[in-house]
Design a protein around this ligand. Sequence first.
Ligand code: ZN
Length: 311
Amino acid sequence: MTSTGLHHVTAISGPAQRNLDFYTRVLGLRLVKKTVNFDDPGTYHLYYGDEAGQPGTVLTFFPWDGAVPGRVGVGETQQTAFRVPRSSIGYWTQRLVAANVAHEAPQPRFGNTVLAFKDPDGLSLALIGIDGIESEAGWSAGEIPARHAIRGLHGVTLLLKDAGPTAAILQDVFGFTEVAREGNLIRLAASGDASHGRFVDLWAVGNFMRGHQGGGSVHHIAFRASNDAAQEAMARKLRDTHRLPTTEQKDRNYFRSVYFREPGGVLFEIATDDPGFAYDEPVASLGQALKLPPFLERDRARIEAVLPHLA
Ligand code: ZN
């Protein structure tokens, strides 16, 4: 079985506690890993997902206390969307109202019901109401009934000057196919049977202003590779057919990654499915302890001293 589609989405946020409260309490995701930014160990890297943090359910953040707000523009991810049962859209609308979360009225997109809203840093999110997913397992920490829970990522919308060059990479390297068009929006879907993280929508806007990254911006999106061999095959195709070199492979402890900037300007990552988040702690207690990779363990005391306390 081939793993395809999105592995995770990573964004930039303001204070870590506010981010944690929003994603675990308001949206009811599970904190599946509390670690640090391996490239900047004085800051957290927080991972939210389903119970086990399966690929295709995960949204991660680099929280910075003093993050300057970003601005969405061409060459960036414009929206990150999660899946919920369509019958739960009313529940979620009421929940966002009760939590004072700025949101739009539900509206149709590609036959689904879209409830768009923003997180406390202005990150553009949506819940996509889908028929027929009620029986999929949902993570519940208690407050949100499991039947209404988020069922992983739906996909992302990329804001681009032209859709063509980005679509070519998605189709040729990651095995996506175009499945629908609506106005300036082109929907591509991953092949295979993964239900999570299947869609990338390309929104071509021509010469619109470029974005700049900051708080509330998506930093990169990661696509799945089953293992190192699949990742290497994708990297080779990028290099040989599309003249797009990737970085060397980086060990992210829970997956191994290479990165490249796709022709539309968005930073893409290819992340392996293995070993996953249960690599260094049991599924039952994911996210409770601060986990560090071996090369940072010797600095644990210093790292813990500079990280803000999370409750
Ligand atoms: Zn990543």
